[in-house]
Write a protein that binds this ligand. Structure first.
Ligand SMILES: [Ca+2]
Length: 239
């Protein structure tokens, strides 16, 4: 430090002498007592400068981690109905049902025969040998069948012919509808028969009767020869 101060003194000397020749005169005795001063203290720091300009954008960073799963969304609209599927296999048969109530059964039938030969013409033949007459729609006292159930009926008769010719008619309400004629042959035994379908209303009557008098009343029956009359309801009127 002392060395530096001496150096500065040597440099300053010529200038001092020059100034004395050209500048105002120094006060008397000034140069004789001049000595170099002690360097001052460093000044205070200045105020901070303004911010610099923004730098250029940096390089693009790496892709970040996936975010958290968001909440479940709302239910969407119903879609279009699909095409009908193929037909399934047949199911197992169900159990047998309980017996139902018995429906009303329309029954009307009779089957009767003669017990002996007929000798009275032009009146209903009275068949008194009863094979079947459950509903009693045939009346053995009159020889007439009385219709109780409207419908279609089937009637038939099989007559044993003996000793005389036979002419019989099937009557419906006093009108002969069906005629059967058989000529008797001597020393023989003949048969005559007929059948018909008739629609009957309730109250109609049907019977057999010999016609054209006593020369045609060869209707015969005994213990081993029968003459029969049969009728039954084929089906009732459903109206
Ligand atoms: Ca004959």
């Amino acid at each position: 430090m002392l060395l530096l101060g001496a150096l500065l003194l040597l440099l300053a000397l010529p200038n001092h002498g020059q100034d004395t020749t050209q500048g105002p005169p120094l006060p008397k005795g000034a140069c004789t007592g001049w000595m170099a001063g002690i360097p001052g203290h460093p000044g205070h720091n200045g105020t901070p400068g303004r911010d610099g300009r923004d730098g250029t954008p940096g390089e693009k960073g790496e892709k970040g981690d996936p975010g958290l799963v968001g909440p479940k969304g709302d239910t969407g609209e119903t879609g279009v109905t699909g095409v009908e599927g193929p037909r399934g296999f047949p199911g197992v048969p169900g159990r047998k049902g309980e017996p139902g109530e018995s429906a009303y059964v329309y029954r009307s039938a009779f089957s009767v025969g003669l017990e002996s030969r007929v000798t009275v013409p032009n009146v209903p033949i009275r068949f008194t040998k009863i094979f079947y007459n459950q509903q009693n729609h045939y009346d053995g006292t009159t020889g007439k069948f009385l219709c109780n159930i409207p419908g279609l009926y089937y009637f038939s008769y099989h007559i044993t012919v003996y000793l005389k010719d036979v002419k019989v008619s099937l009557y419906k309400n006093d009108k002969a509808l069906l005629f059967t004629h058989d000529q008797f042959q001597d020393n023989n035994l003949d048969q005559a028969s007929g059948s018909v379908l008739l629609y009957l209303e309730k109250g109609d009557q049907v019977w057999l009767q010999v016609y054209e008098g006593e020369n045609h009343d060869g209707v015969y029956a005994d213990n081993v020869h029968d003459s029969t009359f049969t009728g039954f309801l084929l089906y009732h009127n459903i109206e």
